[in-house]
Design a protein around this ligand. Structure first.
Ligand code: MN3
Length: 194
């Protein structure tokens, strides 16, 4: 069975003005979709084509890994945001952030620093690592499950994620992600899986 492009969890213009419909049109409709098309081409007629996306990610490298991981990363990224998101966390994730970072302000500082300093294309993550929250960054398609960590939230810092709306201003995009887009409900769901 071929891999398919998951629908966005909200309308294409639902994150505007922070991320415009044009950005989502390209990022989901072109970039995310291209990883799906490429992976299906690479696995055409191979036994891996019937595996789950996670199984393919954990057992592959090179082009297959890059495309499979990017499908997973982008689906996770869309769910890491919601209309009218951002601001203070709620629920269990709030308590876990206070426990492991000392304060929400400290978490924001560390998350923004990781996202800003990821050199070139990649991702910044809030992860659960051996029962403790941590901030990590990964290059290109790399992702927490390859490092035995549970992903809680992510921000895409490939230029294609922000260039239409923010041009070269990656820090402004990161600040907006934290103030207006983060989906803490999704973070709470992922925290339960860890
Ligand atoms: Mn992307």
């Amino acid at each position: 069975m071929a891999f398919t492009l998951p629908e966005l969890p909200y309308a294409k213009d639902a994150l505007a003005p922070h991320l415009t419909a044009e950005t989502l049109e390209f990022h989901h409709g072109k970039h995310h979709n291209a990883y799906v098309v490429n992976l299906n081409k690479l696995l055409d007629g191979k036994p891996e084509a019937s595996k789950s996306l996670e199984e393919v990610i954990m057992s592959s490298e090179g082009g297959v890994f890059n495309n499979a991981a990017q499908i997973w990363n982008h689906t996770f990224y869309w769910n890491s945001m919601k209309p009218n998101g951002g601001g203070e966390p709620t629920g269990d994730i709030k308590a876990a952030i206070d426990r492991d970072f000392g304060s929400f302000a400290k978490f924001k500082e560390e998350f923004a620093a990781a996202a800003t300093t990821q050199f070139g294309s990649g991702w910044a993550w809030l992860v659960l690592d051996k029962g403790k929250l941590a901030i990590t960054k990964t290059g290109n398609a790399d992702l927490p499950m390859k490092h035995g960590q549970t992903a809680i939230l992510t921000i895409d810092v490939w230029e294609h994620a922000y260039y239409i709306d923010y041009r070269n201003l990656r820090p402004k995009y990161i600040e907006t992600f934290l103030s207006s887009l983060v989906n803490w409900d999704f973070a709470n769901e992922n925290l339960k899986k860890g």
